[in-house]
Design a protein around this ligand. Structure first.
Ligand code: IPE
Ligand code: IPE
Ligand code: MG
Length: 228
């Protein structure tokens, strides 16, 4: 079985670079290249939603040079990839607080959102300035501001950045760390989790197919009983 929504915690760019005697920036660049391949492979397989953890609220704690490099890389990524993403029928969504970013970054992100708004072959979410706890608190504050007295699980989802999207079926984290790091806390409730020691820039098609084969062997019960 193929998952509908796959999440990626793209970790290990820095260690990938270090292991090659390169600066961390080289790892980020290689990691960004990889996103393109993952999108293409996913589309070919018929996967409908991808969510990439690209920059967390916590990542603002990194040295200013690294944050600046990552922001410039983001601008470069969209300048280079947007025409192809449009052609492939990908719709771009940003999960996170855009107000945390400087105007040139916001500009390219807003352009990417607008120019892909009518596409629906594959939905590509980039989590930027994203934190799972912050997302939930923001949702609660919006609900209070609207004067709503009661929500249920379904109506609550409308206040998340992923409103209207399915839950994450499969979460892949690269680089060997065994944690969620504040990613999509609400949407991961029943995800199958997959941790691999491979660093993100090396997580190519082969590694991805291996992960998907692992997913296909899982028995998802959602609290029920095992399938025959
Ligand atoms: C992931 O790689 C990219 C971002 C968090 C932006 P890291 O930069 O976290 O790489 P490591 O974990 O230091 O190897
Ligand atoms: C998680 O990676 C965030 C992203 C991939 C954007 P980190 O490298 O920031 O996570 P920690 O610090 O290892 O938890
Ligand atoms: Mg890391």
């Amino acid at each position: 079985m193929i998952p509908i929504h796959v999440g990626f915690i793209m970790d290990g760019n820095g260690r990938w670079a270090k292991s090659r005697g390169l600066p961390r920036s080289a790892g980020h660049r290689a990691g960004t290249e990889n996103i393109r391949h993952i999108i293409r492979t996913s589309k070919d397989l018929g996967i409908k939603y991808l969510s990439f953890y690209a920059f967390s609220t916590e990542n603002f704690k990194r040295p200013v040079e690294e944050v600046t490099f990552l922001m410039n890389l983001l601008i470069e990524f969209f300048n280079k990839e947007l025409p192809e993403l449009i052609e492939e029928g990908a719709r771009i969504h940003i999960l996170g607080d855009l107000s945390l970013f400087k105007p040139p970054v916001r500009f390219v992100l807003e352009k990417a959102i607008k120019s892909t708004a009518d596409n629906d072959k594959i939905h590509v979410c980039l989590a930027l300035g994203y934190g799972g706890r912050a997302e939930i608190v923001r949702a609660v504050n919006q609900i209070i501001a609207e004067g709503i007295k009661k929500v249920d699980e379904e109506s609550f989802e409308d206040y998340l950045y992923t409103a209207g999207m399915p839950q994450v079926d499969f979460l892949i984290r690269t680089s060997g760390e065994l944690r969620i790091s504040n990613f999509l806390l609400y949407q991961l409730a029943y995800s199958e989790l997959y941790f691999t020691p491979v660093y993100w820039p090396d997580f190519g098609k082969e590694s991805y197919m291996e992960a998907l084969e692992d997913f296909a062997r899982r028995n998802r019960r959602f609290g029920g009983v095992e399938d025959e």
